[in-house]
Design a protein around this ligand. Structure first.
Ligand code: C5P
Length: 219
C-alpha cells in the first residue's frame, strides 16, 4: 500500500457509485482522484454556451481543445472551466444528457482521453469513468467494474439530486436506462467489462466495504 505509483481505475454504468468509491479510495490510499465524467460535462457546458447541440460532435471537439479544465480542493473537488468555478453548473440533468451525447463522438473522446492519460501517467491516481479500465488506463494496477441494478442506481441518483436541492425528473429511471443504452452500444469506446477487471456488485454493500474489497485485491 506504500506504492504511490499505483493507478486504480473504476469503471461502470451511471449511478453505480463510482464517484463515492473512487473518492474514498483516494483518501484511504493517499492517491489523487480524477473524475473523467466531469471533463465530459465541462465540454458539454462549454458547447451549450456556444450554442452547440448534441449533434455537433466535431465542433464540440474543436472547442474542447481550447478549454482549460482544472480540479480544485473540496469534497467533491471543485471543477474549473477556463478559470470559472463550474462545480454546480455541470451537475444538472441537462449537462449529463449533453455530456453523454457528445461523449459518443470519437473526436471528443480522443481529446479528453489524451488529457486524462497525461495526468495519470506517473501514477498516484485513482480515476473513475466508463472507459477508464478499457481505454484510458488499461494497464492500471487494478481495474474495478462497479455494478448495481437500474432500480438501485435510480434510487441513488434520486437521493443525490434531492440532497443537492435539484429537481428530480419524473422519468429519471428512463433517463438512466437511455444513458446506459447509449453508453453500452456506442461505437466509440462502449461501456464494457474489461476481462481482468474485478467486478463488484454494490447493492447492499456500503462504500467503505467496497473500498475494503478493492484494497484487499491490490497486488
Ligand atoms: O460520470 P458522469 O455522469 O459525470 O459522466 C457524464 C457522461 O459522460 C456519461 O453519461 C458518459 O456518457 C460520459 N463519460 C464517458 N466517459 C467517461 C466519463 C463519462 O463517456 N470516462
Amino acid at each position: 500500500l506504500s506504492d504511490l505509483n499505483l493507478v486504480i481505475a473504476i469503471d461502470g454504468p451511471a449511478g453505480a457509485g463510482k464517484s463515492t468509491v473512487a473518492k474514498l479510495l483516494a483518501e484511504r490510499l493517499g492517491l489523487r482522484y480524477l473524475d473523467t465524467g466531469a471533463m465530459y460535462r465541462c465540454v458539454a457546458l462549454a458547447a451549450n454556451r456556444a450554442g452547440l447541440t448534441a449533434q455537433d460532435g466535431d465542433a464540440a471537439a474543436a472547442l474542447a481543445q481550447g478549454l482549460a479544465i482544472d480540479f480544485g480542493a473540496g469534497d467533491p473537488p471543485s471543477v474549473w472551466l477556463n478559470g470559472e468555478d463550474v462545480s454546480e453548473a455541470i451537475r444538472t440533468p441537462e449537462m449529463a444528457e449533453l455530456a453523454s451525447a457528445l461523449s459518443a463522438f470519437a473526436a471528443v473522446r480522443i481529446e479528453l482521453v489524451a488529457r486524462q492519460q497525461a495526468l495519470v501517467q506517473h501514477g498516484g491516481w485513482t480515476l473513475e469513468g466508463r472507459d477508464t479500465t478499457t481505454v484510458v488506463a488499461p494497464n492500471a494496477t487494478l481495474k474495478v467494474f462497479l455494478t448495481a441494478s437500474l432500480e438501485e442506481r435510480t434510487r441513488r441518483r434520486h437521493n443525490d439530486l434531492e440532497e443537492r436541492g435539484m429537481v428530480v425528473p419524473g422519468d429519471l429511471a428512463r433517463q438512466i436506462a437511455d444513458r446506459d443504452h447509449r453508453d453500452y452500444t456506442r461505437s466509440e469506446s462502449p461501456l464494457s467489462v474489461s476481462k481482468d477487471a474485478l467486478v463488484i456488485e454494490s447493492f447492499g454493500v456500503s462504500p467503505g466495504d467496497v473500498v475494503d474489497r478493492i484494497i484487499a485485491h491490490l497486488p
